[in-house]
Write a protein that binds this ligand. Structure first.
Ligand code: SAH
Ligand code: SF4
Ligand code: F3S
Length: 442
């Protein structure tokens, strides 16, 4: 980060949603810092508050409405406060947010991140409501200062938007069509991150496997290989991989790479072909199974994780049993499990046979129990093995215990030695559990 004089004013950014939102927040924080603002945690002392929002499920939106309400009292005490809503809900709700909550000063859409400083200046000068949410797909936040949140791991967006229109999902409507960054811009950002001391990067996109299909300058396999070769890089992660686009070239690139981590987040969403079809996921369980076979043959000890949705419209007991059976067959290292949440404007929200809430909850609990057992069994196989761990910092519960990650993205806890966060150390697994591996430095 360049050093800039402060203007004595302070900002808070509350981020919800996925890593793409975190990355956008870093680019907004960078602009505020370049204007002289400094970060502060206590919202009541802030001169600018941004809520960078998510609307992927109703629960995410409810949390944001709660926060918007909380900030009303702060704004009453402190009328000069500039309060903005950014991100996916801003894109979805546009000016209706200000109609509902007039203490919001501006609404900034998802492809407008790079315009934040201009808008703040305008409001500082004119004190007017501003809504800027026109979705132009070519806009990308290039050449914007970045204030990274992670100390040792850098998020690197490689593409924005999504073309897949899974029938349950709001993301394509609020993020626009896929547009890939130029490879040289991505490599430059990785090099800058390395120069700042980052040894781990995570390449981000809604579907990284379709990287470059729009500009054809490089595909995802090429890009992985280019990032792998950036001097000083030690770990390269990437997400999310849509199963329909994961090519043998990408598998070969990961298998042949040096710093490309052996972890693929490969959301299957469901294990019933009928439901996958209704979701517009475009693959079948047979195709997915074959893909997993090819991945596991090429990349030994790869860890596979997934996202699962229960209670999609029309999901019968039999569909759900097929999902459980598929999980037991594939055996993911871990899974993010979600209850289907109808999103207005998406095809699934209008489908018949919406599943009752109580049934969804019961299925979610059963699903989690099955997956937790599998995660534990897989982790138990790691007893006595030694892994390279990047130390991230103190564990949540004990200051004398470090938390770090393996290349396969498993969390490892071990007692402090003389190592520091950011360092790479070897840890032997002594006590594997469902969510974490407890070990000792060797
Ligand atoms: N682009 C990524 C992730 C997008 S959102 C992908 O395709 O995998 C992250 C996850 O949220 C999805 O994988 C899906 O499991 C879940 N999700 C999306 N829309 C949802 C909805 N309406 N209800 C419940 N879960 C949803
Ligand atoms: Fe949503 Fe599907 Fe796009 Fe992922 S691939 S963001 S689930 S539409
Ligand atoms: Fe949420 Fe938008 Fe990400 S809807 S999951 S923040 S792309």
């Amino acid at each position: 980060m360049e050093t800039t004089k402060t203007n004595g004013r302070r900002y808070t950014i509350l981020s919800y949603g996925c890593q793409m939102n975190v990355s956008d927040s870093e680019r907004m924080a960078g602009q505020l810092q370049a204007m002289g603002y400094t970060q502060i945690d206590d919202m009541r002392q802030a001169d600018v508050i941004l809520i960078n929002t998510c609307c992927v499920r109703e629960t995410a939106e409810d949390r944001v409405y709660g926060k918007i309400g909380e900030i009303k009292a702060i704004k009453r005490e402190h009328p000069e406060l500039i309060f903005g809503i950014t991100g996916c809900m801003a894109q979805k709700e546009k000016d209706s947010l200000i109609k509902r909550a007039p203490h919001i000063d501006f609404v900034l859409g998802t492809n407008k991140v790079q315009e934040l400083s201009q808008i703040i200046r305008k409001i500082e000068a004119e004190r007017q409501h501003v809504v800027d949410t026109v979705l132009e797909n070519n806009d990308m936040p290039e050449n914007v200062p970045i204030a990274r949140e992670g100390k040792f791991s850098a998020w690197i967006p490689i593409m924005y938007g999504c073309n897949n229109f899974c029938t349950y999902c709001i993301v394509p409507y609020v993020r626009g069509r896929e547009h890939s960054r130029h490879p040289q811009d991505i490599i430059r950002e990785v090099e800058q991150a390395v120069a700042q001391g980052y040894e781990e990067v995570t390449l981000l996109g809604q579907n990284v496997n379709s990287y470059g299909k729009d500009h054809k300058e490089a595909d995802f396999a090429d890009l992985l290989t280019m990032v792998d070769q950036v001097p000083g890089i030690r770990r390269v992660r990437f997400m999310t991989s849509h199963p329909k686009d994961l090519s043998d070239r990408v598998i070969a690139a990961i298998a042949g790479g040096t710093h490309l981590c052996e972890h693929i987040h490969l959301p299957v969403q469901h294990g019933s072909n009928r439901i996958l079809k209704a979701m517009n996921r475009v693959y079948t369980t047979e195709k997915y199974r074959d893909l997993v076979k090819r991945i596991r043959a090429a990349i030994p000890d790869v860890s596979l994780t997934t996202d699962l949705i229960v209670g999609f419209p029309g999901e019968t007991d039999e569909d759900f049993e097929q999902l459980l059976a598929f999980l037991k067959e594939i055996r993911y290292d871990s899974a993010y499990t979600f209850i289907y949440s109808p999103r207005s404007g998406t095809p699934a929200a209008k489908m018949a046979d919406q599943v009752p809430e109580a049934v969804k909850k019961e299925r979610l609990n059963r699903l989690m129990a099955v997956q937790n057992q599998i995660s534990l069994e897989i982790n138990e196989q790691l007893l006595g093995k030694t892994f390279e761990v990047m130390v991230e910092g103190p564990s949540k519960n004990r200051a004398d215990v470090w938390s770090g990650r393996t290349r396969t993205n498993k969390i490892v806890l071990f007692e402090h030695g003389d190592e520091k966060p950011g360092e790479f150390v070897d840890v032997k697994i002594m006590q594997p559990q469902t969510w974490v591996l407890k070990g000792e430095r060797v």
